[in-house]
Design a protein around this ligand. Structure first.
Ligand code: GLY
Ligand code: MN
Ligand code: MN
Length: 504
């Protein structure tokens, strides 16, 4: 659940007299008690919960949303629910702090999903006007138990009943909890286990830790293959991302003029992300010139200058929390220099090779193998690999890898509700696994020549290029979900000219 409410400040005393309390509780129009329609996602969540239920028969499964996190004093960070909670409930955006989904085993088999959360408090409660963290005066109204049940199609209960529900039949029912979601809920589960004598020995402690880890792993692994609704959410995220890239290009002249143009770019992208969906799916990397060679450059303090490239790695996260993850490397002037175009074309060729490897039956790691071979070939052709090292030598996992000096990262990761999705899946289910229809992965090779790289040709120094698209595996190949964002060098120049006209 939430962290402890920060120290209450006595410089902000709220009225406590009875007359005021009665006054503030009355004179409001009746609440709209019409129930919402069942959410679209609620047609998909039962199958997800069913699959989880089948994997853990007879066990009580505890999936917390997590709580609010203090930013400073009485100010919290924007809430984001834990991904597993969101996946199995369908709640996205900022819903609902402190909520916990419990899959309660039924005696006859299967599980009953029950959502415990903090429902809307009545107007005669202290919370209504005085609680800046949860109160209606401060953060708006929340759903009632009935409206949440109608929206999600599952039973709902007050979060105050959670502790007793977790302790019910302790000893006879084993519990598993997604531990990293909420420390307080994890502690409650630990206490239940302890009181039931389930963690008396070291072996027992190891066993319950592994039981929890297995639940988290399973939740992560299940999301490797997206259902149709999830694929549509990814399309929506990519569409919003494409529009945000357009908006960034349209504002490049302003970004150049103002100085600290990387921040301006971050702001324009963030504006569109927040408007289209929930926000950015990760901190935008807005890296001009040599900053592109810092892979996770999110400080974004630099200027934009004609003659440099701008590497923009950014994605819109829609309200369901699915995020795009797209990179384009743009010539700030609108035209690539010869050296920039040579590097760009090499990266693009590598990316096309990677995308061509995205089909069922190929393994996840084959995508990297296809892309990195092209990268290595270009480095060899440019004479950058050490004396006597050819492409096959550098690609040897044990004795080579010289090319990594210029592309140290992998080519792909799974993508979905988390930008680095399904991160807890085992190697055999991820890296070594065959690609299956419904998987979504990025293909994002790059080449990075740092300004101080004395092994790079002088004309390459200070240039970093990455091109990243979001690829859905289909029955017979793949669909590039971000294909609407131009990506060949010619198409990028034409795209910029179309948006900027003479303004570039
Ligand atoms: N934006 C982080 C990544 O591309 O993996
Ligand atoms: Mn990215
Ligand atoms: Mn990525």
């Amino acid at each position: 659940m939430s962290e402890k409410q920060p120290m209450s400040s006595d410089h902000r005393n709220r009225p406590k007299n009875k007359e005021f309390r009665e006054f503030i509780a009355r004179g409001w129009a009746p609440r709209d008690e019409r129930l919402p329609d069942l959410a679209e996602v609620a047609e998909w969540t039962p199958a997800r919960r069913e699959a989880l239920s089948e994997a853990f028969p007879g066990e009580r499964l505890v999936l917390p949303a997590g709580g609010l996190k203090v930013r400073s004093n009485d100010t919290d960070y924007v809430f984001r629910p834990h991904t597993a909670f969101s996946y199995f409930t369908g709640l996205g955006a900022d819903r609902e702090p402190d909520a916990v989904l419990v899959l309660e085993p039924r005696p006859e088999g299967g599980h009953e999903p029950i959502l415990y959360f903090r429902p809307l408090a009545p107007r005669d409660s202290e919370e209504f006007f005085a609680d800046s963290r949860y109160g209606e005066f401060w953060v708006g109204s929340r759903p009632t138990l009935e409206s949440m049940a109608a929206e999600l199609g599952i039973e709902t209960r007050h979060v105050e009943q959670l502790a007793d529900a977790l302790a019910k039949d302790a000893g006879a029912v084993s519990l598993r909890v997604v531990r990293d979601a909420d420390a307080e809920v994890a502690a409650t589960v630990d206490q239940v286990r302890s009181e039931a004598g389930l963690v008396a020995t070291e072996e027992q402690q190891t066993a319950v830790a592994e039981a929890d880890a297995e639940l988290a792993r399973h939740c992560s692994t299940m999301r490797l293959v997206k259902d149709e609704w999830e694929a549509d959410q990814m399309r929506l995220a990519c569409e919003g991302t494409a529009r945000a890239f357009d908006a960034v290009i349209a504002d490049l002249p302003e970004a150049k003029r103002r100085g600290r143009g990387e921040r301006w770019v971050e702001g324009i992208f963030g504006l569109h992300a927040r408007h289209h969906g929930n926000g950015v799916g990760y901190d935008s990397i807005c890296a001009a010139g040599n900053h592109a060679n810092t892979l996770h450059w999110i400080r974004n303090t630099g200027d934009l200058r004609d003659g440099d490239l701008l590497l923009l790695d950014a994605g819109v996260e829609v309200d369901s929390l699915f995020t795009a993850d797209v990179t384009r490397t743009l010539p700030i002037s609108g035209r690539f220099s010869d050296a920039q175009r040579r590097i760009y074309d090499a990266v693009h060729e590598a990316q096309q090779a990677g995308i061509a490897a995205c089909r069922p039956g190929n393994r996840f790691k084959d995508v990297h193998a296809a892309a990195i071979r092209v990268i290595a070939q270009h480095l060899f052709d440019w004479g950058l690999l050490p004396e006597g090292v050819d492409v096959d030598t550098t690609l040897d996992a044990d004795t080579g890898q010289y090319h990594r000096r210029w592309m140290v990262h992998g080519t792909s990761h799974h993508l979905g509700m988390d930008v680095h999705d399904c991160a807890m899946a085992l190697r055999e289910d991820y890296m070594d696994a065959e690609l299956r229809p419904g998987m979504v992965l990025t293909v994002e090779p790059g080449l990075y020549f740092k300004a101080d790289d004395e092994l790079a040709p002088a004309e390459f120094r200070g240039i970093g290029v990455r091109i990243e698209d979001d690829i859905l595996i289909t029955d017979d190949g793949c669909e590039n979900l971000s294909a609407m964002v131009p990506s060949t060098a010619d198409d990028v120049e034409a795209w910029m000219a179309r948006i900027l006209g003479d303004a570039g």
